[in-house]
Design a protein around this ligand. Sequence first.
Ligand code: SER
Length: 326
Amino acid sequence: MSKRQMKRILVTGAVGQIGSELTMALRERYGNDNVLATGRKTKPTETLRNSGPFEFIDIVKPETVEKVIDDYDIDTIFNMAAILSAVGEEKPSLCWDVNINGLYTILELARKKEMAKVFVPSSIAAFGPETPRENTPQETVLKPKTMYGVTKVAGELLGNYYFKRFGLDVRGIRYPGIISSETLPGGGTTDYAVEIFYEAIKHKKYTCFVREDTVLPMMYMPDCIKGTIDLMEADVSMLKHHCDFNFAGMSFSAGELAAEIKKHIPEFNCIYKPDSRQAIADTWPQTIDDTAAREEWGWQPSYDLPSMVTDMLEKLGKRYEGGLLA
Ligand code: SER
């Protein structure tokens, strides 16, 4: 196993919720010109477009990926392109295609071109109803009931296989629901925990699509970005796991989140109308044991529910005031 450092980075899904902020953090750390942002269709924001290179590619079309890898002399890939859980249930075939065939394309190109590192995100969706829901262990039952979850388990196994079989340094985290103020998530089950902020500021009310007592593991974006980069920069000899790290920030119910927002916006009113996403949420853990991440690469989150809510409202409030959001 080589210990090569990341120098020329490709981010797929760079227009998405995590990809957009990850790209900016990587550009700050590794130099703007060394981080190529890519997307499939959605137009990049000006910030993304003007701070470094951007190209349109499609990870299910290997030739489009290979071209940018060669053109930009890429040695590291963060594969953030994915179809999330709720859209995955509407379009299971597309979900398989992007999350599995797309991932296979990325891993194969990385193997052939002897890249330094690849990041492959997994998710709490890798778990299922047979998994213990409290303090979910690192090693546990993985029998997801969504197509998204199926692709995430397969992705973890595939990444671990490439590490062992081909010596490709693939790493990954089981992300919880990610809360952020820059780019909205698209098509996930945990999206309510982001939408609620926009609606609370704009309309002082929100209709939440899961029950008030629904508890899920969540994390604030700054912690997500820090953990992702920390794992990728960790000394490989410290890692016993590779593509399947449990990763915890905070856990709260939808009702607790609404109550915390209400402390800042007293008129805020949240009502609950569960839809089909409730059934997905009910199969996922409530709290996560991330001891392995803490021990192997020093993971430690910084934000809890009150500090996350304060920061989200401040950041979003400023964007509304500055006319950046309508
Ligand atoms: N946030 C994702 C989703 O809800 C979970 O990985 O689909």
